[in-house]
Design a protein around this ligand. Structure first.
Ligand code: GLY
Ligand code: MN
Ligand code: MN
Length: 423
């Protein structure tokens, strides 16, 4: 608002999605709307509009569902317009059914509009209609044409830097998620099904206060771990195989994102241990590197070097380290990136580059470090003992003034620690 004193910002909630008949899919508030207001109900719109009485400041306006005793009997209490002001601090609140009629008034005097087009045709139509009406009314006043900007860039920049309250929520989500992974390590054994472990993890999330998962859990035994986003989670776990779990609980709208890989039975086999130690070394060195001023591509480059050196010495790759990295030869075993921003969304918002250059890490940024190695079942060029193995180790890192904090360090990842938990 400070940077755009004469702009109107419009943030609609997501829409409840019908599953069938009168059953809806679970609703989660759109992240930007929640970030700015804390309001969780569907059928709402947040508008920040230049104040007409106090130039230079904005009005915080919420459009919300009307109170409705009949519907509230079935669906639970609503805040209504009073609650929108008294609980969420809106300067003004109106029933959502007055949105179309009131929006042109809120656009009066605005020089530009921030609104994300393309998410909902229904919402786009309403906003564009109001914009058109306002543009017509502007007539030949000589004022601009109310261009539409995407709020993603300024909001992304704000959300990229986590404040204290946000870090506290991420820390809590991470502690619960670490506990869930530890429980899975202890409880998993040959003969169980992937879905049983998925259920244990979900139970650990929910009973410790997470509202939901931050993304669909990946619970992948044996060769299933070589599929990067395996989510069927419905096959039996076998002795001698590894189990890769990538799961994160969401707490207060902030999600953790942890991957761990461990034996279904009691011990890593020698080829599993060789690959595991390699991934772990690259991951630990990447965390070691994480501090203000370093870039994510620099961290990724280091991970690639460590992995390629290891793959060369294990005989999974042949050739020259530099050549292999340049030609992408390592992507056969490590096809994804090392990091992504983390926050309200698992792949969080925020630009990865500034002026065409990778941006330097700064205090308050949170991201993952998640190297992996995956040897596909049909990779006939790979030594047979390594085929069907998929390993990923993922932690969540907060950049601090002097270095970093590993938010997910409570999830065991040393081979000796894991084997000790397996008894
Ligand atoms: N769970 C998705 C990811 O690790 O990026
Ligand atoms: Mn991740
Ligand atoms: Mn993950």
């Amino acid at each position: 608002m400070k940077a755009n004193p004469s702009a109107v910002f419009i943030f609609p909630s997501g829409e409840e999605q019908v599953r069938n008949a009168d059953v809806a899919h679970p609703f989660r508030q759109e992240s930007n709307l929640h970030y700015l207001s804390g309001f969780e109900e569907p059928e709402s719109v947040l508008v920040l509009a230049p104040s007409t009485t106090q130039p230079g400041s904005h009005r915080f306006v919420l459009f919300v569902r009307r109170r409705d005793p009949e519907r509230e009997l079935w669906e639970g209490a609503r805040y209504g317009v009073e609650g929108a002001c008294s609980v969420f601090g809106a300067h003004e609140a109106f029933p959502i059914d007055e949105f179309d009629q009131r929006l042109p008034e809120l656009l009066q005097g605005a020089e530009k509009v921030f609104y994300r087009l393309g998410r909902s045709a229904k919402s786009d139509e309403r906003i564009l209609k109001a914009l058109e009406a306002t543009r017509r009314a502007l007539g030949r006043s000589g004022r601009g044409l109310l261009p539409i900007h995407d709020p993603g860039d300024p909001l992304g920049e704000m959300r990229l830097f986590k404040g204290e309250e946000e870090v506290a929520l991420l820390r809590k989500a991470s502690q619960i998620t670490a506990l869930a992974h530890k429980t899975a390590m202890i409880e998993s054994r040959p003969g169980m099904n992937e879905f049983e472990i998925e259920a244990l993890i979900d139970y650990a999330f929910r009973r410790n206060g997470c509202q939901r998962m931050g993304y669909g859990s990946i619970v992948a035994g044996g060769k299933n771990a070589t599929c990067l986003h395996y989510t069927s989670n419905n096959e039996p776990l076998r002795d001698g195989e590894l189990l890769l779990i990538d799961a994160g609980g969401e707490y207060g709208y902030y999600t953790s994102d942890i991957s761990r890989t461990f034996p279904v039975g009691k011990r890593f086999s020698a080829p599993q241990a060789a690959l595991y130690d390699l991934v772990l070394r690259s991951q630990k060195e990447a965390i070691e590197m994480s501090r203000p001023g370093v870039t994510l591509p620099a961290i990724h480059a280091h991970v690639c070097e460590v992995l390629v050196d290891g793959l060369l010495s294990l005989g999974l790759l042949a050739g020259q380290r530099e050549e292999l990295i340049k030609s992408g030869g390592h992507r056969r075993f490590f096809p994804h990136n090392t990091s992504h921003w983390l926050g309200m969304d698992v792949h969080d918002v925020g630009l990865y580059q500034q002026n065409g250059e990778p941006r330097a890490l700064e205090p308050g940024m949170v991201f993952t470090i998640e190297p992996g190695l995956y040897v596909q079942p049909n990779d006939s060029a790979a030594p047979v003992e390594y085929r069907n193995i998929g390993i990923r180790i993922e932690d969540d890192i907060l950049i601090t003034a002097t270095g970093c904090e590993n938010l997910t360090k409570d999830a065991p990842k040393e081979r000796s620690e894991i084997e000790a938990l397996k008894g």
